[in-house]
Ligand binder design. Structure first.
Ligand code: SAH
Length: 379
């Protein structure tokens, strides 16, 4: 059974997208690379495109290409902040710990989380050193502005994060990491590659089956697509190892599926509309569904306890989304109350982000279920 092609990155309306100037530097670089070495793997293409895309900076929000949960409602970051506090308590309130966010975008989630944390648990805030994993200089500048009151340590990747107790959060970080695609042929799973000719970039298939794909999904029909991500596996292994080795916990939120399956989930989004994945690389956001079964497996292999995955909607409700809606609505006009309601509804709606997005947490072995995951067993 194939996955449904995601309707949206989170509910975009399908409209025709306006032609935009290309990003010649990246396109030229890819064309040169392909002319020298032949077709490149889709993962190589996706990584180059994501780097060029995020290097542009302002890509989020109504004026950008897509909108993410922290940009929809402040309640998202506030409840993640609350989760961080209860998790810190469950870890025994370490006095000095690293508060890490991977792929912080504009810094909105962390700003909302920290405001909440200062309100409800100043001891948490005083004990935390802030670390952001972000490769884009343009986005680092935005984060510097959004998080102006705080000292920030930036990292290009997870490998330079310091040891020590840690609470790590990431929203829509894993979906931006490169994935490989494999096509079922009569001789086995062959890697999907990107070639270039006079008509532009096009997909092609490696002539021989890939040696690292075992016999998983061997009964899938010819032309099925299988996705795997070394980058997601490395990132989640490293995050889990940080939690196990240093007394820590991690919260990863993303759109994706709970069980591994075949299906093409890659999508590019520009101006809140779909964009052809191989057209004008670097102009559109390119992402793939996260395979949460694979994420849980890499974390479990490091000895972490796994909490979830659960759907974002019920998770936010358990953390108090509806109570917070009630609080925020107090003393507001009818129009304001409606705006608060519809933004929170967008996050929890099972037909929209509330069902499409999943939440998973890693913790040290033996820790009690973390907030929002109580009595919600892993599948
Ligand atoms: N968490 C934010 C932004 C999500 S977009 C939000 O919810 O609004 C993805 C983010 O991950 C961006 O900040 C992007 O620059 C960052 N990113 C993508 N790939 C990365 C990589 N390989 N290393 C570090 N950061 C990366």
């Amino acid at each position: 059974m194939a996955f449904l092609k995601p309707r949206t990155r989170h509910g975009i309306v399908m409209t025709a997208s306006t032609p935009e100037p290309k990003t010649p530097k990246l396109e030229e670089r890819l064309v040169t690379q392909i002319s020298k070495q032949g077709p490149i793997s889709f993962a190589t293409y996706m990584e180059a495109v994501a780097d060029a895309y995020y290097a542009r900076g302002t890509v989020f929000g109504k004026a950008g290409d897509f909108i993410t949960a922290p940009e929809v409602s402040q309640v998202f970051g506030e409840l993640v902040g609350l989760w961080c506090v209860t998790t810190w308590q469950a870890l025994g309130q370490p006095r000095n710990f690293n508060l890490v966010e991977c792929g912080p975008g504009r810094g909105t989630l962390m700003a909302d989380a920290l405001r909440t944390v200062w309100d409800i648990a100043p001891a948490f805030a005083r004990s935390a050193s802030l670390h952001l994993v972000e490769r884009s200089d343009a986005l680092r500048n935005e984060q510097r502005k959004t998080l102006a009151p705080y000292d920030i340590n930036w990292h290009n990747g997870l490998s330079t994060l310091p040891d020590g107790p840690v609470i790590l959060i990431a929203n829509e970080f894993l979906d931006a990491l490169p994935i490989s695609q494999f096509i079922k042929t009569p001789s086995g799973w062959c890697e999907r590659l990107v070639a270039h000719d006079t008509d532009g970039f096009r997909f092609t298939t490696a002539p021989l089956p890939h040696p690292e794909i075992g016999n998983a999904f061997d009964d899938a029909p010819t032309d099925s697509i299988l996705e795997q991500s070394n980058a997601v596996q490395e990132a989640t292994s490293r995050i889990a190892a940080l939690c196990v080795d240093n007394l820590g916990a991690a919260l990863l939120i993303d759109y994706g599926h709970t069980f591994s399956d075949v299906g093409d989930t890659v999508q590019a989004v520009k101006n809140h509309a779909y964009h052809p994945v191989l057209k004008s690389p670097g102009d559109a956001d390119i992402t793939a569904h996260v395979d949460f079964a694979a994420v849980a497996q890499s974390a479990r292999a490091q000895g972490a306890s796994i909490h979830g995955p659960v759907e974002q909607g019920p998770w936010l409700i358990r953390l108090g989304a509806e109570v917070r809606e009630f609080q925020l609505s107090e003393g507001k006009t009818g129009t304001e109350i409606q705006a608060i309601h519809s933004s929170i509804h967008r996050l929890i709606d099972p037909q929209g982000m509330g069902g499409l997005f999943k939440v998973i947490a890693f913790g040290p072995n033996g820790i009690a279920p973390l907030s929002g995951f109580e009595a919600m067993p892993s599948p």
